[in-house]
Design a protein around this ligand. Sequence first.
Ligand SMILES: [Zn+2]
Length: 169
Amino acid sequence: MLKPIKHTIKSSIRKQDFPKSFRKRVLAAPLPNYKFKGFPITLLLKKVWATQLRTSKFVNIAKVDIVNNHEINFTTVTREPGGKPRLHRLRVYSSDPNYEGRLVDCKSVRYECDCEDHKYRKEVADTMNNISNIKYSNGNMPLQTNPSLIPGICKHAFKAMMYIYQHKL
Ligand SMILES: [Zn+2]
């Protein structure tokens, strides 16, 4: 006959290994320095979700503002059939402010877009993956819109990054 599993062992181990003070310390610890980790534009382009890839055909680049070689601002205009044209502003930049070289060659690129897809669905997940920063959202977990925290670029960022890639900026 099998011995019954002692449930108390598990909980006592958990208590010993993770006392309250330890958990407090872990939660209070600053996040690791991810400054130079991230993805280049060639890999970011692959992070676009299927819907955004499909609807990116309605997005056009209206304005390109090259701030310097590691930061480019874009204005896009989206004309979906039956809808009013919508403008969005976004910024694509190197994670390293001292980066010298073309953005297309940069190993760690981030972006911020003022659209709702980015704000409500992806900003937190993207920030956790070092491809964005908390700028437009309140930083709360997107429990309803992206509970698995899957990173992904919005359709505007997809178009902007395609532009950078094609023009080798
Ligand atoms: Zn966007």
